[in-house]
Design a protein around this ligand. Structure first.
Ligand code: AMP
Ligand code: ZN
Length: 468
């Protein structure tokens, strides 16, 4: 499989240290609020990657942290702790907030058919591991104490910036942000490993440490949690593109300094979901959650379909119109799968393997889910029997997780909706227009019918009216 590697900026043959086994780490949510659908795009694409690796024969060990301490409002070392902000907003304790939003996150994942990783680790559960790593970094001379905090000394590394395909000016923003608030740093890129002194000193969760009563920086959690479960080598590390700097850059710095060798060769980053006004965020504009989509009448599967229709390395613009189109296309797709369900002969295995080759070709080419969706349509049109087509779709859906078979089944079991009189009257007018060869009017009437939620089509059996 060819998979783009942000570290080398190349599409590379994906390789693992041990044959057929992938150790995969995915940065998890900061549980101070609901996940927005942009965050969930990242988790969904990581889910497809995990499922595809399993599909091609890997045993995947997947680890995810839950950030319940240490992530400040900037991704660097400034601002309030996000968890504390969440707790204040809702007049609850940090632990209550963490529990509530962790559960909400996994409920959203379930709705979007995102599989739960085997290893899920809240950051507050690994304090001894952070203390151990920081102690070693101090002993090896990669860290220093200043003004009550412990910092990582980036000048001790031969190469600190590791992801070069991001603009230097973008990196500089993060660096300057850190330096403005903190005169203790020896180098502008240094970052905090352990805080005991912060401008925002009302931190609720603190622990004893050799450097005083305090709390860990954000980046240390992912290094320690990964090493705790996967050991000294990781095969694949994933996250959203904003994690590249400073988070992943700092993770590499501290992990490799601690271990004394290279740590993770392959980095997978998902580009952002944006709105027309820019990056989606929890603080500005309409806060888009899975529940909000459901309230507005969209199925979570329509959102999953929308995301899979585009490549993970392209930013994706969300609009209600785009989601409408995805929902209509998804429903139509189910409608085309529905008649295949009646097939009860065995699938033609040779034909199935031939058809599925286009699916693996698409996915082997840097997880091209957009192409994989096109393959779904090609299979529906292919010269094959219904049982074979259905078997192909079932197998593809074990990776894409669009609920295609179950939802087509549910559609088949739905009692046929009664066609409203208004739609029937428009259909009658359309028939007259067609008879009079006024095709412009016939098309306009078809659009009017579609606006009412119905699709009208001429088939060999006559005019067919179905719910969109
Ligand atoms: P957070 O809960 O803020 O730590 O973010 C969780 C994950 O969502 C991280 O992997 C981020 O990189 C990713 N992320 C944040 N914003 C977006 C966005 N607009 N689109 C896609 N992924 C995002
Ligand atoms: Zn992380």
């Amino acid at each position: 499989m060819l998979l783009y590697n942000s570290l080398t900026r190349e599409k590379e043959e994906f390789k693992t240290a041990e044959p057929n086994k992938v150790k995969m780490y995915t940065c998890g949510p900061t549980v101070y609020h609901y996940a927005h659908i942009g965050n969930l795009r990242t988790y969904m694409m990581e889910d497809v990657l995990e499922k595809y690796l399993r599909y091609i024969g890997y045993d995947v060990m997947r680890i995810m942290n839950i950030t319940d301490v240490g992530h400040l409002t900037s991704d660097g070392d400034t601002g309030d702790d996000k968890m504390l902000k969440g707790a204040k907003r809702e007049h609850k304790t940090v632990m209550e907030i963490a529990k509530f939003y962790t559960d909400a996150f996994f409920a959203d994942c379930e709705k979007l058919r995102i599989k739960k990783p085997e290893y899920i680790q809240p950051a507050t559960g690994c304090i001894p591991e952070y203390i151990n790593m920081i102690t070693v970094l101090l002993e090896k001379g990669y860290a220093y104490e200043a003004g009550g905090n412990v910092y990582f000394d980036t000048s001790k590394l031969e190469q600190y910036y590791r992801f070069h395909d991001f603009k230097e000016e973008d990196l500089e923003v993060g660096v300057r942000e850190g330096v403005e608030g903190d005169d203790n740093k020896r180098n502008k890129a240094d970052f905090v490993l352990w805080f005991t002194k912060s401008k925002f000193d009302d931190q609720e969760l603190k622990w004893e440490s050799p450097w005083g009563y305090g709390y860990p920086g954000w980046h240390i959690e992912c290094s320690c949690i990964s090493i705790k479960y996967a050991g000294e080598h990781l095969d694949l590390h994933c996250g959203g593109i904003d994690n590249v700097f400073p988070h992943h850059t700092n993770e590499i710095a501290q992990s490799e300094a601690y271990l004394g060798h290279a740590w993770c060769p392959h980095w997978f980053h998902v580009l952002h979901l944006n709105t027309n006004s820019g990056k989606m965020s929890k603080s500005k504009g309409e806060f888009l959650t899975v529940s909000l989509l459901e309230e507005k009448g969209y199925s979570p599967m329509a959102y999953r379909f929308f995301c899979l229709q585009s490549h993970y390395r392209k930013s994706l613009v969300f609009s209600w119109e785009n989601l409408d189109n995805a929902q209509a296309a998804y429903q139509k797709l189910l409608g085309r799968i529905k008649p295949l369900l009646a097939a009860n002969n065995p699938a033609d295995e040779a034909k199935k393997a031939e058809l599925l080759r286009s699916f693996t070709d698409a996915m082997d080419n840097d997880l091209n889910t957009a192409q994989a969706v096109t393959v779904l349509y090609d299979i529906l049109k292919a010269d094959a029997d219904d049982a074979t087509k259905l078997a192909c779709i079932r197998e593809m859906d074990s990776v894409l997780s669009l609920g295609l078979i179950e939802n087509a089944q549910a559609l088949a079991e739905e009692p046929a909706a009664e066609i409203p009189a208004e739609v029937l009257a428009l259909a009658e007018q359309r028939k007259e227009a067609r008879k009079a060869k006024d095709f412009a009017k016939a098309d306009a009437l078809r659009d009017q019918i579609a606006a009412l939620g119905w699709q009208i089509k001429e088939t060999r059996q006559g005019t067919e009216i179905t719910k969109i």
